[in-house]
Structures are given as C-alpha cells and as structure tokens.
Design a protein around this ligand. Structure first.
Ligand code: ADP
Ligand code: MG
Length: 384
C-alpha cells in the first residue's frame, strides 16, 4: 500500500530530487557526510537544501521547506531547532501570531492582573511538529534491530515501533484558560487512530511480523487512549493471522528493559512513541544509530530515530553519523534505488559490525570522519 500510494514525484532522467533539511546541532555535518557518500557511490539523487534559521521568528523558511517536500515527495531531515523563548506560531493565521506577541508582552509586564483568556492561542508549535502535521505524515516507523558490533545488555532485538505522528499529546493545543492554569489538549480521533492502526497491521502483514502490541494508558485516559485501543482491537479482527495484544505504557517500559524479546510490532500514540523510541534506541546503543521514517499518504521524510539535535557535540567530529546515513539508506530504498541502498547498507554493516569502527557513544574511539572514511573504504569491498 505504502509503495503504491507514495510515488516519488520529482524525477528527471532517472534522478530524484529530495528536500534536505539539515536542521541544527549535528544536522549539517551529518548531511555533509551523506552528500560525500552519495557522490562517491553515484547515487542518483539531487538534494534541494533548505536551511531554517531558528532565530527568525516567522515561518517563511518552514513554509518553503513544506512546499519543496510537496514538490519532491521526499525529504531527508535533521532536527530543526525552535527557540523556546520565541514561541512559534504556524502560518495558519499570521494575524493571530501578531496578536499573540502583543499579548505575551503585556502579560509579562504585569505583576498581577485580570483574569484573561487566550482561547485563540491554538497553534503554538515546534517547527518539526508543524512540518509533520502540514504534510499529514500520520505514521512514524522506527525499525529497531540490534547491531551485532555494538555491545549491549540484550542481543538480537528486532522491534518495530509504529507511532501516531500528528496528534495525541502533540496536538499543540495549549492555552492559559485562567491565570496560572494551563490546559493542554490531547486529541485522539477515530480516523487517525484507524489510519495508523491499519498502517501497523499492514506493515506487520507485509513484513512477516507475528504480533502487534498496542501500548496505551486507557485505564486512566479512558476516552482518548480508550478510543485508540478499541480502534486497534477492532482492526485486529481484520488480520486474524497476526496476534494482537495490548500493554499499559508504564508496564511496557519495564518489560522493554527487562524482557524486550517479547515485542514485535508496537503501536502507540505520539508521546508514548517518543519515549518508547528512546528507550529502545538506548537498548540498542544510543541516539546515533537508528533511523526513523515519517509517512503520510503522499509524502515521506527520513531522519535519525531519536530526533536529537546534538547541540553539545556539534562541530567536534564526535557525533555518530550512522543514524543519518541509515536514514539516507531508507530514503534510497523508498525511491526505488535498491542497488545503491544495498551497497551502502552492506558497507555500514561492515564498518559497524565487523570492523567495529565506532564513535564514543557506542563505546569506540573513532571520530565521525573515521566512520565515514571506513564506510567509503568498505563500499569498494562490498561493491563487487
Ligand atoms: P535533544 O535534541 O532532544 O535536546 P540532545 O541533542 O541533547 O537531545 O541529544 C540527547 C543525547 O544524545 C545527548 O547526550 C547527545 O550528545 C546524544 N546524541 C544525539 N545524537 C547523537 C549522535 N548522532 N551521536 C552521538 N551522540 C548523540
Ligand atoms: Mg537538543
């Protein structure tokens, strides 16, 4: 289903145009490595680079990025910074943003004041969230497969996390209803719950997975998580060949660190997905290895699995480049460039699992560029 619907759009003479969003922190250096490697292997991809300046508090850059992804169909992305003090408001209503800025200024200058409402303060959002929402990329897929060359507590983990990617706790509907009272809405809709659940079961079916576990807190959030859980139970009946169970999020975290092998495909809402993704990345060797995929019916964006910025390690030649390189392999695969994807996958496998050229986050002493040079060296070995 995914492949049929998601036909990459811009293709000229067998080449694909892809939007590259380096983002902040280690994003730009990791993108540089991807470009070097793509040049070396002759990958038929032309990157359209869009830099988003975190210090500019209008949304022109983000809107431009969205436009180019709509044109190209595909993006490769680092983590975009949103300066927390400059609460960012999406393009849905420029007037609203201006009014909000004035409102915030007045509020800061009063020591005490009237009871005020900000009922319209609806769309204050992170740029990363805005991008995913506007492109309606409702499903996030994180394949978590152990790397034999990275020593970890548990071996041979193979879990796929499927996360609702556009609503839930990330609805970004926060407001101060009364002074000192913030309300944040968690939005769960039947239609998005159904889309992502179907995505999970279809994924399981196509990839020979045996089981889907829905992760939730429906014992407390009876309506919102209840709807998500009930929807997945209903869809499970359409897939009798796939076992379905469910688990409460807190127990799930304990089970993951203690007995991770019981999990196969995991399905959950947005915030649980973020947390569980990081737990599993931690089990497999940290933030620098895994890649994640954002899918909607029309667009796909590939990025490092934990969505970290890595600000503290930027520019030091210590960041693990593997997560972004794996994201670029996912992207090549999605575009149908199977030869180049496989070539790069085998070279990465050799570097990480056989030669064990690893950065400090994985217990090694190699620099980022050592890892990249090892991969480039291995391309010659695996290519023939
Ligand atoms: P966030 O973007 O969520 O604020 P950070 O950027 O602080 O998270 O990243 C979380 C942790 O993961 C930090 O300790 C950071 O150094 C580490 N990290 C993130 N990406 C990488 C990477 N590619 N290689 C090595 N360490 C990384
Ligand atoms: Mg950060």
């Amino acid at each position: 289903i995914r492949k049929q619907k998601l036909i990459p759009k811009a293709q000229y003479g067998g080449r694909h145009a892809v939007t590259m969003l380096p983002g902040g922190g280690i994003g730009p250096e990791c993108m540089g490595y991807v470009r070097d490697i793509f040049k070396y292997i002759g990958a038929p991809v032309d990157f359209e680079v869009v830099d988003i300046d975190p210090n500019v508090d209008n949304d022109d850059d983000v809107q431009y990025a969205i436009t180019t992804i709509k044109r190209n169909g595909v993006g490769l992305k680092g983590n975009i910074e949103t300066k927390s003090e400059a609460a960012y408001v999406t393009s849905r209503n420029v007037a609203l943003r201006n009014e909000l800025d004035m409102y915030a200024y007045v509020l800061n200058c009063k020591s005490s004041g009237n009871i005020e409402t900000k009922s319209e303060a609806a769309y204050v959002t992170s740029r990363n969230v805005a991008l995913r929402n506007e492109l309606d990329m409702y499903a996030y897929v994180l394949n978590c497969k152990s790397f034999p060359g990275v020593s970890t507590r548990h071996k041979d983990i193979d879990i796929t996390i499927i996360r609702q990617n556009t609503e839930g706790e990330y609805a970004m509907l926060e407001h101060e209803s009364v002074r000192g009272v913030i309300e944040s809405m968690k939005v769960v809709t039947a239609s998005n719950s159904e889309r992502v659940a179907r995505f999970a079961f279809e994924f399981a079916k196509k990839n020979g997975k045996k089981k889907v576990t829905t992760v939730h807190k429906a014992n407390i959030m009876k309506l919102s998580d209840g709807l998500f859980l009930e929807t997945s139970r209903r869809l499970a009946k359409e897939y009798p060949e796939i076992e379905h169970n469910d688990m409460i999020i807190d127990n799930c975290c304990m089970q993951l660190v203690a007995k991770p092998h019981q999990f196969d495909v995991m399905l959950m809402t947005n915030l649980y997905g973020s947390i569980v993704s990081n737990v599993v990345c931690g089990l497999l060797g940290g933030a620098g290895l895994l890649s994640g995929r954002n899918y909607g019916d029309h667009y796909a964006v590939f990025e490092p699995g934990t969505r970290n910025t890595g600000t503290a390690i930027a520019g030091k030649n210590v960041a693990n480049p593997i997560a972004m390189i794996n994201a670029s392999i996912d992207m090549l695969e999605h575009l149908g460039h199977h030869y180049h994807a496989e070539l790069l996958r085998r070279a990465v496998h050799r570097t990480v699992n056989e030669d064990r050229v690893l950065t400090p986050d994985c217990g090694g002493t190699a620099s980022s560029t050592d890892v990249v040079n090892s991969i480039i060296g291995n391309i010659g070995h695996v290519g023939h």
